[in-house]
Design a protein around this ligand. Sequence first.
Ligand code: MN
Length: 489
Amino acid sequence: MVNVKEIIDLLGPISKEETGLIEKAYAFAERVHVDQKRNSGEPYFNHVFEAAKILASLGMDAKTVAAGFLHDTIEDNLIKDEELQKEFGKEILFLVKGVTKLEKLEYHGAKRHIESLRKFFIATAEDVRVLIIRLADRLHNVKTLEHVREDKRRRVALETLEIFAPLADRLGMNKLRGELEDYSFPHIYPKEYEETRELLRQKTKASEKYLEKIKRTLQKKMAEAGVKTAKIDYRIKRLYSLYKKLVRKEMNIDKVYDVVALRVIVKSVEDCYKALGIIHSLWRPLPGRIKDYIALPKLNGYQSIHTTIFTGNGEIVEIQIRTEQMQKEAEYGITSHISYKDGKKIMKQLPWINQTLEWQKHVSESGEFMENLKMDFFNDRVFVFTPLGDVIDLPEGSGPIDFAYAIHTDIGGHVSGAKVNNKMVPLDVKLKNGDIVEIITKEGSHPTEKWLNYAKTPLAKKNIRSIVQSKSSKLKSFLQNIGRRPGQN
Ligand code: MN
C-alpha cells in the first residue's frame, strides 16, 4: 500500500501549506483514477504516486510534486482544466497541462532529426519543471515495461534511450539518466544486456580485492597529509553506459578502465588537487588520462578530476576526485542547483545554458525562483514536422520555403505550393511550433524574386538569389543578343 507520508518525509522540512497541498493532490488523484488499472493490473494511482515519489527524491518543490500526482488527471478528460485550476491554482494547472501536451508528442523513429526533437521537447516544455515531471513519469513507465505489449514496449524503450535519457543528461541529471537507460536497455538489446551484465559481474568481483587495498592505502596517506576525506568508495559503471563503451572497445572489458572507479570525495576544491598529488605520488598515472573537469567543466555542468593509475599489480584503475557539492550536482544536475538561503530559493545556472542559450542573466530573489526556469531560451526557434514525423528546426518567422530548402535544395528549388496541417497555405505564411508541413513541388516551378521576401533562413536566401541572379544574367545576355544587329560587335 502506498502512503502519502512516504513522500512528505522525502521532501524534508516543508511548511504546513505545502504538506496540505501534497495531501490534497494525493487524495484528489486517488479519487480521479479510482476506476483505472495499469497493464499490470495494479491501480493506476500507483503510477502517479511513484512519479510523485521520484520527484520528491529529486528534491523538487512541493508544487512540482503535487503536479506529479496530478499529471495524468486532465488526460482523457478525466478532469476539466477549470476544476483543476479551482482546486490547485494556475501554476499547477500550467504544469499539468504542459506534461499532457508533451505526452502527445510521439517519436516516429526518424533518426535524422533526433537532436531537433530533443530541442523541440525542451522548447515545448516551456518550464523546466514540466520536463522533469515528464522524465519522472517516463522513469516509472520504463521501470514497469514488462507489462506492456511487445511492440509498444520496444517503442517506449527506444524513445527513452534516444530522447529522454539525453535530455536528462543535458540537464546534468546523471542518476536519472542512468536509470532511464538501464531500465530501457534489456527491452531493446536483450542479448547484449545479459552479456554486459555478466562481464560486469566478473569484473566487479575480480576488482574488489585490489580496490579495497588501494582505498586503505589512500585513506592512510591522505590522513597523514592532513587532507580530510568525506568519503572514499567505488562506483560501478552503469550497464548501458558500459555497453556503449564496450562497443567502442571491441567488447573487451579489460580496455575499459572505469568499470569500477574509485571515488574520492573531499571537502574543498583545494583538497581535490592535494588528493591528486598524493595519488600520483603513490601510483604512476597513465599518460593522457588526467582530466580536470573542475577547471574545465563539461557542458552539462559536470565537475570532477579523473585520473587513471597503474596499481603496480597489473591492474589499471580510474580515480575520480570531487567535492561533496560536485558529487550532488553530478547526480542531480539542475535539480541540485536549487539552494535555500534565508528561506529564499535561489537557482544557480547550468554552464550549458549560459554558453549555448540565451537565459536570463539574473535570478530574481522574489522567492518565485521557478518562474526563472521558464524555458524560453528556444523562443527564437520553431520546430515543425515533415509528414513522416521528422523534426525540422528553423528560426522563428520561417515559412514553407525555408522548410523546403532545409529538407533539400532540390525541393526548395521547385516549390509550387505548401500544406500546413493538411491545409493549403500561401507561401508567405509563418510556421508555428508543431506544424506538420508538406511541400508540393513541380518540375516547372522555380524561385522568383518574390521568394526572397518569404524566406528567412540564409540557406534559402542564398539558393534563391543564385537562381534569380543566374536567370537575370541569362535574360540580360538574351536581351543583349537579340539587341545585337548582324554585323555589329
Ligand atoms: Mn503518466
